[in-house]
Design a protein around this ligand. Structure first.
Ligand SMILES: Cc1cc2nc3c(=O)[nH]c(=O)nc-3n(C[C@H](O)[C@H](O)[C@H](O)COP(=O)(O)OP(=O)(O)OC[C@H]3O[C@@H](n4cnc5c(N)ncnc54)[C@H](O)[C@@H]3O)c2cc1C
Length: 356
């Protein structure tokens, strides 16, 4: 048996960020990850944006999460010698006069000055912006696939990673220890994203998974450095490549790209993009979104050494660093998890019938 402090299942954003923080705290970790599975992290736009939606709502815990994740990603970039964190304004051109008035009223009513700057009309040639728009500042994007491959490399170097499909029936639990094949540890943490719905330990949690798709396009005459968002977004990836996204669907939960989603995204993009583009790729993923839009963190109600770090939903990039730290404090210092993200709020849904 190889002894560890933690067995972690999954190497998406959740498992990677948590494993990294546990390693930084000098814990012995083994990450088991099924590389044959499609994942949400592989297709994520990676956008972080403190003010979102039709009503310019400040996102949950923005003042706490954004400074924390900034520090986290900048440190991780240095350690992995990889550039994947991009701070850039997010430009929202006004779609029409009504929206312009609505947004201006909101910026007057709420103090969003830290996060919003007004942009004059016609600053850009390649998109429709004749009414002007808003910059969301303190926004940006993370190249998630690149970050995860840098972290995998780090885990492999430290010999804490194994490509492995976790076989749930092979998990053996006692009060003190969990063992899985040749691995043993006091605790196991499932970071299996949408696949948790088939995980016998956590399939009772109220997920509300949302399929989403993005496109990769090329453009030769587009020079906007900011993320542009008006119903659909454009992220400049570099090398004249751009990610367009994204869709939301709560039906047909599979990992396959569809013509319908492609048309949905290009239809929205065509409304404001004035120059030609060519779509070269299309990707689909399933977000581990939850019914109450809050993460699923904590320990199993019946098996105290089995944990969940999941439910990052549409905001894995901004939620993962801070909540991985909360999870670390919970695991190592017995500090309670924030109530809103603690799966204890759903213990009543777990019944004896759910017993593994
Ligand atoms: C189209 C789209 C756009 C998005 N855009 C953004 C965005 O702009 N900003 C943002 O913050 N978020 C975005 N998201 C959401 C983001 O992708 C998720 O919040 C995040 O990726 C969830 O990470 P995760 O690690 O929980 O899940 P996943 O990335 O799905 O990872 C789960 C991991 O568990 C592993 N696994 C599962 N079962 C097993 C098993 N039995 N054995 C071994 N390994 C297993 C899988 O192989 C995988 O590595 C987007 C998502 C989609 C689909």
């Amino acid at each position: 048996m190889q002894e560890f402090d933690y067995i972690i299942v999954g190497q998406g954003i959740a498992g990677s960020v948590l494993a990294y923080q546990l390693l930084k705290a000098d814990k012995r970790v083994i990450v088991l990850n099924d590389e044959s599975l499609p994942t949400s992290s592989a297709v994520a736009g990676g956008i972080f944006n403190p003010v979102t939606g039709k009503n310019l709502d400040k996102t949950w815990l923005a003042d706490t999460l954004f400074p924390f994740s900034r520090e986290f990603y900048l440190t991780l970039e240095k350690e992995t010698h990889t550039r994947f964190y991009y701070e850039t304004n997010l430009f929202r051109p006004y779609a029409n006069e009504q929206q312009r008035r609505h947004f201006l009223q909101l910026t007057d009513e709420y103090d969003l000055s830290k996060y919003i700057q007004l942009v004059k009309p016609n600053q850009y040639q390649s998109i429709e912006n004749s009414l002007g728009g808003l910059f969301t500042t303190l926004a940006g994007w993370v190249d998630v696939p690149l970050m995860l491959s840098a972290l995998k490399k780090l885990f492999v170097q430290k010999a804490v990673y194994q490509a492995e499909k976790f076989d749930y029936p092979a998990l053996v639990l006692t009060n003190e220890q969990v063992s899985y094949k040749t691995f043993s540890a006091p605790k196991i943490i499932f970071c299996d994203g949408y696949y948790a719905m088939q995980n016998p330990y956590f399939n009772w949690l109220p997920f509300n998974p949302a399929k989403g798709e993005t496109l990769i396009a090329t453009m030769t005459d587009y020079s906007i450095k900011e993320i542009v968002n008006q119903g659909a977004w454009i992220i400049p990836l570099g090398n004249q490549q751009y990610r367009f996204g994204s869709t939301y669907s709560w039906n047909q939960l599979d990992w396959l790209p569809t013509q319908e989603s492609r048309e949905n995204i290009t239809g929205k993009i065509d409304k404001f993009l004035k120059i030609p583009y060519q779509v070269i790729d299309q990707q689909a993923g399933i977000r581990p979104t939850t019914k109450d839009r809050r993460p699923f963190l904590g320990n199993h109600p019946a098996y105290g050494n089995v944990y969940s770090f999941n439910g990052l939903g549409t905001k894995g990039v901004s939620l993962a660093p801070y909540f991985a730290q909360e999870m670390l404090y919970f695991l190592e210092s017995k500090k309670d998890l924030p109530t809103e993200s603690n799966i204890r709020r759903f213990y009543s849904l777990y019944s004896l019938q759910d017993k593994v």
